[in-house]
Design a protein around this ligand. Sequence first.
Ligand code: OAD
Length: 233
Amino acid sequence: MKRQITVLTGAGTSAESGIRTFRDADGLWEDHRVEDVATPSAWHRNPHLVLEFYNQRRKQMMEALPNAGHLALKALEEQFDVRIITQNVDDLHERAGSTNVLHLHGELRKTRSTGPSNNVYKLDGWQLNWGDNCPQGHQLRPHIVWFGEDVVEMDNAIRIVMQSNMVIIVGTSMQVYPANGLIRYTPEHVPVWVIDPNANELHSQRNATVLKEKAGLALPRLVHDLLQGAVEV
Ligand code: OAD
């Protein structure tokens, strides 16, 4: 049986594909305050702004390409059972070919009914508009976990982390609850690696080996070493 490597990824993993991170710049997210676009109250106040904001995110995602970091994680599947748990809402892991990706914070490629069913649907193209309804006639919203909403995949993510033989954390500031607590479920003696050019004390939990480098550089090298057996799992 293949050894399991769990990879927790955040916005920094997609930065080299041209998708901006959340907390690196000025506290604004593509010129919007997060409360104006990524909360249930924003949706009730101004659904048109929220829909347009995510339409632009979706368009940008479709124009972006997976980078060397995403591709390295696909290559790692040759020898390991790779489980990606991502906070990212883009589909760059999937487009790189990774087969096992859990999206903690939802997916831009999907929509969800605001009716009682809460059913999730695939979205073709980049636009979701006011008046786009589910088959039962309820408005569709982006399938994104907004601030203040439950992270329903959290229990599945915890289970995955608990089964790991190695954990790699890439490109997340570890500031957003509850995703930042996942690391605590790593079994004792399981090695933890961190890749983040701005790694700080939040990243040094569990005696992690910290590489203060960009994902597009450090991930391919670490994956190479893992495939060659130069780093043991
Ligand atoms: P952040 O923007 O908080 O953190 C991005 C991290 O990536 C920082 O620690 C950067 O130092 C690092 N970084 C930047 N460029 C990098 C590179 N080339 N290679 C590796 N690391 C790099 O993003 P997240 O931690 O992912 O939620 O944010 C978590 C959640 O907050 C997001 O999922 C989002 C947001 O609110 C939702 O959309 C629901």
